[in-house]
Design a binder for this molecule. Sequence first.
Ligand SMILES: NC(=O)c1ccc[n+]([C@@H]2O[C@H](COP(=O)([O-])OP(=O)(O)OC[C@H]3O[C@@H](n4cnc5c(N)ncnc54)[C@H](OP(=O)(O)O)[C@@H]3O)[C@@H](O)[C@H]2O)c1
Length: 248
Amino acid sequence: MKIGIIGVGDIGGTIARKLAVAGHEVRVANSRGVDAVRDFAGEIGAIPSDARGAVKSAEAIVLSIPLTALAKLPDDFFDGVPAGVPIIDTSNYYPDLRDLRIAELEAGKVESIWVSEQIGRPIIKAFNNILSESLATKGTGEGARERLAIAVAGDDAESKRIAMEIVKTVGFEPLDTGSLAESWRHQPASPGYCCDYDAETMRKGLTLANEAKRVEAREKIFKRIQSFDRPLMPSDLPALNREYNGVA
Ligand SMILES: NC(=O)c1ccc[n+]([C@@H]2O[C@H](COP(=O)([O-])OP(=O)(O)OC[C@H]3O[C@@H](n4cnc5c(N)ncnc54)[C@H](OP(=O)(O)O)[C@@H]3O)[C@@H](O)[C@H]2O)c1
């Protein structure tokens, strides 16, 4: 499959590497043009591109850039992309920690719906509730015991099916979490967020999710992280999530 990946940082770069290894034709891009991704593309067996080139003729697109950068993509960015091509977005809203506060999200708009509105296209929300280190190191073969799950939400069945196949290819169990409207259930600080759960436990987390409690937990967790006198470690977020809003 021809897959275009915009953003080759911790998440996008890991997805790109795994999909290239699996034999897909992967085009990678960041915001700085083709030369800026040439070395990385060569290293992982992908095709270096600029952002527009990565989406042109792609059969699936992965957006893995900061949420605020999504809002700044050019208005015509997806104009040549057929409606059936899934646009898979990995983003999360991290107010104060990384992102400026966004009034609509503060008022409770679901993050994936806000992203869809910003880019003018429906998205599939996936890879938002797995930490980059887990994504890079904890994948397994299909059917493995204790295979970790990744939530996948969206309104188009065929686009979601393709996104779920991509999740499987990179070594995780895709968990269909329903529509975009329901995808707040795996936003940051929800019980099913970034805790390295198998599908059954993550499903329990989705069921337990409560929006008011999630927002309260997120504010506490982000304040704790801001007060750290050391860099954030991969184990910190699961520990804090479990402490403030875990699956009992
Ligand atoms: N890190 C995690 O554990 C994790 C887990 C789940 C979800 N996420 C979400 O996944 C997304 C990516 O996270 P990350 O940790 O991989 O970020 P990252 O390591 O900071 O990488 C971001 C990538 O996006 C590129 N980029 C930034 N602005 C861009 C633009 N306007 N156009 C094209 N490319 C652009 C950056 O390259 P240049 O700046 O050089 O262009 C870089 O390659 C975020 O929305 C994050 O919330 C992260």
